[in-house]
Design a protein around this ligand. Sequence first.
Ligand code: PLP
Length: 378
Amino acid sequence: MLPVAQISAFNPPRRILMGPGPSDVYPEVLAAQARPTIGHLDPLFVSMMDELKQLIQYAFQTKNEMTLAVSAPGSAGMETCFVNLVEPGEKVIVCRNGVFGERMRQNVERVGAIAVVVDNEWGEPVSVPAVEAALQANPDAKFLAFVHAETSTGALSDAKSLCALAQQYGCLSIVDAVTSLGGVELLVDEWGIDAIYSGSQKCLSCVPGLSPVSFSAKAVEKLKNRKTPVQSWFLDQTLVMGYWGNANGGKRSYHHTAPVNALYALHESLRLLANEGLENAWARHQAMHLSLRAGLEQLGLKFVVDEAYRLPQLNAVYIPQGIDDAAVRKQLLEVYNLEIGAGLGALAGKAWRIGLMGFGARAENVALCLKALESALK
Ligand code: PLP
């Protein structure tokens, strides 16, 4: 270790990020983040936040008043939903088909609620009939929680049908859209989603560390009628709303020091998404996936997830027999500056996860990844 006075400025290389996130950040977003810091209650900053809220509403396709960016990563968005809405002793149906469904279950238990787990194999989507059976067997359940796009496997679940079931059985839905937002169809109002959270670092191609969140009017009602205060001071949305202008007739008051520059970055990434148009962004992810898929199959690689519910933005493929997982990823990083993801949880050592997220979902990345893998697998 150097004496502290000799430590030089950190200057990372420009990598090509094709793992499960963070994804390649748009140059415009990096530039936005480097603009001068202003006060988080400065009138100019406040009007930027008004636009940011509007942009998040667009990305989520919602008119929900309570729509904002939590000043922390996707896991904090997840926790925001559970800690605000779920009260001790309440029952939550939690779907688990990978790492992040399990993280939801842990959140449920930590708020002192009861988790009823619906399990699916890794690589499969959440089973709609199994969820319906769980809802029938648990008429006292208050919530249905599931991951729309399971990043640990690359499986896409049918959020529209699951949310329709939640409504039919009188439950509020809590949806993880960390990897789905901006990459695949997601219609919060049309599908009747009650609480949703995402992350800045996946298909939005923003810097990591922020979590867009939105609550429906029904979810806000549930929050307002809590019998006990929200256990977390920082994530308590009744307090945060005072800063985001959803309380006090739009007047803003200090809650915590907002990550000012990171919010410039989110504003810029969402502005780029709105300029491209959501449908175009979804189509681009799908087109890039098809071209990557063709090349991966030519290399003899097999997908973990069936075509019918495969995420375009997260391509999990089995590592061929006799191939050294870590050595291949090291070669990609050192020779091509290219990062792909290792397997997670049950897929650790068995699969690679190749991300095509946001700015990363483009033809030159697909070509580079295929060339690099071809040389590493020779
Ligand atoms: N949910 C899903 C589906 C994710 O992929 C991730 C991160 O990869 C998270 C939640 C947690 O987000 P973060 O790592 O930003 O806390």
